[in-house]
Design a protein around this ligand. Structure first.
Ligand code: SF4
Length: 357
């Protein structure tokens, strides 16, 4: 059986053409899938019964099962998906205001970057997700919406390093942006990386329509080498140079993400040094107070430290946002739910939290 979501629109069209079925039937099937949120081929009632039978014999729509589903009072919902091979990934739906519906998706099982404050990096990377598995996360999350809600934004900020799996991610995002896909504007899609210069340059060369977020987490290589071990291979200088190329090629302002770890990288001196390396760039700095991960020796920064850190950056002329996480009590920090190995259940705990990188 083939995963239908692994096929490009053109490949699906070709499959229909091989069976002498007019092309518009393929478009109808896609509309059922992405617009009408069909769960099965049998639901596609304007396709002939015989055609639905052939589709059912050839393709599966869903390869992952929902192993856990957590809900927070603020509307945040998180899914733990068990893939066909038993591996697990997480994805999150965030409801921000009346209309903004952001999903955060994963690109790999585990992560090779090894950020010391992140549950996803603790066991390394297992494998890349397929294009179909990435699209399937979008559809699982879309099915959580009420009929009058629509997905509006995507952040590729879940488990894994997106630039480590660009070959599969880019076709998935193409499905997300197509009018006969999910119809999400490319400007509302953010790819978040810890900084793989080659991947950033590849996006720049392609005149990527997506927003780029680079997670720094430290203002110098000595500290960053400790917090993001992958940095030893690249260094902040080459990441910033690649980010500059991205801006020059695309005209899109880069966001620099900085997770604040209490007592580790949240001091005034760190903020001053961060300002010094980012200053002069048309950039936004997102400060993200840590959500502590069970079993890891880091804690959230003091509220005063967050304010002081932001003020120093602002006084240096930088655009700054502090991104407080939504909710507190579901295991929504990147990888926590997956590591806990949850059994199938529905939670309705208070709180919830934005995904992290
Ligand atoms: S924060 Fe992101 S890049 Fe770092 S280990 Fe976790 S998933 Fe990987």
């Amino acid at each position: 059986m083939l995963h239908l979501l692994d096929l490009s629109p053109e490949q699906l069209q070709a499959w229909f053409a091989d069976r002498d079925v007019p092309g518009y039937r393929a478009a109808q099937a896609r509309r059922w899938l992405f617009e009408k949120r069909a769960a099965a081929f049998e639901d596609m009632t304007d396709l002939a019964q015989d055609l639905r039978g052939q589709l059912t014999e050839t393709f599966v729509i869903w390869t992952a099962r929902v192993a856990a589903h957590q809900k927070a009072d603020d509307g945040t919902e998180k899914l733990l998906l068990e893939l066909a091979d038993g591996e697990r990934v997480e994805c999150v739906l965030l409801r921000d205001d009346k209309h903004r519906r952001t999903i955060c998706i994963s690109t790999q099982v585990g992560c090779a970057m090894g950020c010391v404050f992140c549950a996803s990096g603790l066991d390394g990377v297992v494998r890349n997700l397929t294009t179909g598995e990435i699209v399937e996360q979008m559809l699982h999350l879309q099915r959580l919406l009420d009929p009058d809600e629509r997905l509006s934004h995507i952040v590729v900020m879940g488990i894994g390093e997106p630039l480590g799996n660009l070959d599969r991610l880019l076709p998935a995002l193409a499905v997300a942006t197509r009018r006969d896909g999910l119809g999400i504007s490319a400007r509302r899609i953010t790819i978040s990386t810890v900084g793989m210069p080659e991947g950033i340059r590849r996006l720049a060369r392609q005149d990527s329509p997506y927003h780029l977020a680079v997670s720094l987490h430290a203002p110098d290589d000595a500290l960053r080498n400790e917090l993001v071990p992958y940095n030893r291979k690249v260094g902040i200088g080459s990441i910033l140079a690649a980010a500059d190329e991205y801006f020059e090629a695309t005209g899109r302002r880069v966001t620099f993400e900085y997770v604040l770890l209490g007592g580790v990288n949240d001091q005034a001196e760190h903020s001053r040094r961060l300002a010094a390396i980012v200053r002069g760039r048309p950039a936004l700095v997102n400060l993200i107070p840590l959500n502590p991960v069970r079993g890891l020796p880091f804690h959230a920064p003091a509220a005063e430290a967050v304010v002081r850190f932001a003020e120093i950056l602002q006084h240096a002329g930088l655009a700054v946002k502090v991104r407080y996480r939504k909710g507190e009590r579901i295991d929504a920090a990147c990888g926590q739910l997956r590591r806990r190995g949850s059994e199938p259940r529905i939670d309705a705990e208070k709180g919830g939290q934005a995904p992290s990188r």
